[in-house]
Design a protein around this ligand. Structure first.
Ligand SMILES: Nc1ncnc2c1ncn2[C@@H]1O[C@H](COP(=O)(O)OP(=O)(O)OP(=O)(O)O)[C@@H](O)[C@H]1O
Length: 265
């Protein structure tokens, strides 16, 4: 009997990617990832997180046994279409050009006709507002701080309706308030738009608090996957990050990772 196929999820099987003699992803299988959730992609430096996201979007030469999203076989899609459905936001944003934030949003929304402009403006304002950066609209990109640029990059990615968002460390330059704001917003967007959001985060506490599912990569393979508390465990942290750690749950029910010591390499 044929195994049941999950027609709504992102299916990734046998992902492999190498750069020269370096095998970065080695036949990686992921569990089916359903839309409507935030998936935290975790792992030590160099474990292949960015390469996995870029591979999904077709931005690096990678091979898959299967890559589909819902009923759509992504491997048979033209590159541009695949990158639009599986939308990657890079870790380092391109150098800011001399455009205002509003202009940059209209570029992202691909506004070509004057008649589309009004609607696009409303959408741009709504997205900037949801990220709490409406005041940046008239400012020039090349005059923004690193964190502000990161938020504008995120706003551009959120402006239209990709099937899945692949966000590479979008919290890296953000202050504490914005880190929590963005994670809460991503959770809401995932549910409201029934979108799959995969996000690389180094802060395991963010994953514990906001993600629905966690994936832990180690040396190009999947070490653990599931609900964050089942993935962020002392055993997995020792194996992947070489730290002795314990997980503590506070009065409000929030769990946090406490590192007690380093394991000698
Ligand atoms: N274009 C490239 N050419 C050669 N090697 C690469 C390239 N991109 C990535 N690598 C190598 O692949 C490995 C995985 O890199 P990747 O950026 O996917 O890791 P990561 O888990 O995202 O790391 P980090 O947490 O440090 O951002 C690293 O050893 C890196 O040096």
């Amino acid at each position: 009997m044929e195994a049941a196929i999950d027609r709504h999820a992102l299916i990734v099987r046998g992902a492999s990617c190498r750069f020269g003699s370096l095998r970065v992803l080695d036949g990686l299988d992921l569990p089916p990832l359903r839309p409507g959730q935030v998936v935290a992609l975790l792992g030590p430096n160099g474990s292949g997180k960015s390469t996995l996201l870029k591979s999904l979007a077709g931005l690096v030469p990678a091979r898959f046994q299967a890559l589909s999203f819902g009923a759509c076989d992504m491997l048979s899609q033209p590159a541009r279409q695949r990158a639009e459905v599986l939308r990657y936001l890079p870790q380092s944003l391109p150098e800011a050009v001399h455009l205002t934030v509003t202009e940059a949003m209209l570029v992202a929304l691909n506004v070509r006709r004057r008649t589309d402009r009004e609607q696009a403006m409303q959408r741009a304002v709504a997205v900037l507002d949801s990220l709490g950066i409406a005041a940046l609209a008239p400012k020039y990109l090349d005059a923004l701080s690193g964190g502000q640029k990161q938020l504008v990059g995120l706003a551009q990615t959120l402006a239209d309706q990709p099937g899945a968002l692949l966000l590479d460390e979008p919290l890296a330059s953000l202050d504490l308030n914005y880190q929590h704001h963005v994670m809460a917003l991503l959770g809401r967007l995932a549910r409201e738009r029934n979108m799959l959001i995969i996000i690389v985060v180094h802060d395991l506490n963010m994953a514990l608090r906001y993600a629905d599912t966690a994936l832990l990569l180690y040396q190009g393979k999947l070490l653990a996957a599931g609900p964050p508390p089942a993935v962020v465990t002392p055993e997995h942290l020792a194996h992947a990050f070489k730290v002795q750690a314990h997980i503590q749950t506070g009065h409000a029910g929030q769990s946090g990772v406490f590192v007690d010591g380093l394991i000698q390499l």
